[in-house]
Design a protein around this ligand. Structure first.
Ligand code: NAD
Length: 291
């Protein structure tokens, strides 16, 4: 099946990155959100990120303006009815995602493939509540989307071969690399990454190290490009906590217990970079540790 029109639900950090790379690859994009400010910010950010690529000679000015012309921002899910593929990239909460699919289904054409960019939630369960479990799968981009090479493709129990092939062809056209993962909580990348981040928060909680010493230790001692707490802020602490809860509930193992300090930061609304404060305070010139 040839895909030419893509709908993206959720214009946060992932949605805007997905819109950016898909528009640049020639797909016509409908980007939707419940919040007009998020849509405006997303389009402005895509414009700035494309401009950066032009200034580094990665793309031409014409490619930038063509990509921007292909992005249609909308508050209305019904506008996504004309698309061949929908990538849901809204908040990491199962009830939110379920409600989106419910609202979306009456507008879709029979051939439209539905996917979710979820970091952890069961693809099989999300699919089972739609009218097309065989045309449903996980399409998991990494953050920041324009930079990161990997896309995890996750088949639900009912996903058919044509759907998988169509999604794989999109990944190929984006110039990215697909890794297939089985549908178990948090798939591959986050099954490994999130317990490490959670352990870093425990290390802070128990006073073994400060924010700075933990991040520096993992950068200089394990050769990680970012420290785990810096990375948690970058991902979003609400998303990290949601993923740990899915691992804890889905695998019923206490080793996935979310650190109470992570919960406290989320309760405070200190969600990391996107809210200006997390394990670091980003409101000044340089990030300052908050503990
Ligand atoms: P975000 O908080 O930056 O953005 C979420 C967006 O969803 C917001 O713009 C919000 O307004 C919108 N939204 C909420 N409810 C909605 C609804 N009912 N309809 C339409 N839009 C709605 O979050 P994010 O980091 O972009 O994460 C989005 C998804 O991508 C999550 O499932 C997350 O697990 C996944 N993901 C995140 C990362 C990461 O590093 N942050 C990486 C890979 C995948």
């Amino acid at each position: 099946m040839e895909i030419s029109k893509i709908g993206i639900v959720g214009a946060g950090q992932m949605g805007n990155g997905i819109a950016h790379v898909c528009a640049l690859a020639g797909y016509e994009i409908w980007l939707s959100d419940v919040d007009q400010t998020q849509l405006d910010n997303a389009v402005a950010l895509i414009e700035r990120n494309l401009e950066r690529q032009v200034s580094r000679d990665k793309i031409s000015a014409a490619e930038k303006s063509d990509a921007l012309d292909r992005i249609h921002a909308t508050l209305s899910l019904s506008d996504l009815g004309q698309t061949d593929l929908v990538i849901e990239a809204a908040t990491e909460r199962e009830t939110v995602k379920q409600a989106i699919f419910e609202d979306l289904l009456p507008h879709l054409q029979p051939h439209t493939i539905l996917t979710s960019n979820t970091s952890s939630i069961s693809i099989t369960r999300l699919a089972s509540r739609t009218d097309r479990p065989e045309k449903f799968m996980g399409f998991h981009f990494m953050n920041p989307v324009p930079v990161m090479q990997l896309v995890e493709l996750i088949r639900g129990i009912a996903t058919d071969d044509d759907t998988f092939k169509a999604c794989k062809a999109v990944v190929d056209r984006l110039g990215k690399t697909a890794a297939t993962a089985e549908d178990f909580p948090a798939f591959i990348v986050n099954r490994i990454l999130m317990p490490m981040i959670n352990e870093a928060v425990y290390t802070l909680y128990e006073g073994v190290g400060s924010v700075q010493s933990i991040d520096e230790s993992m950068k200089l001692g394990a050769n990680h490009p970012m420290g785990p707490l810096e990375l948690a802020d970058f991902i979003g602490l609400d998303t990290c906590l949601a993923i740990m809860n899915v691992l804890h509930d889905g695998l019923a193992d206490t080793k996935y217990r979310p650190c109470p300090l992570l919960t406290k930061y989320v309760e405070a609304g200190w969600l990391g970079r996107k809210t200006g404060r997390g394990f670091y305070d980003y409101r000044g010139e340089t990030p300052v540790p908050t503990r």
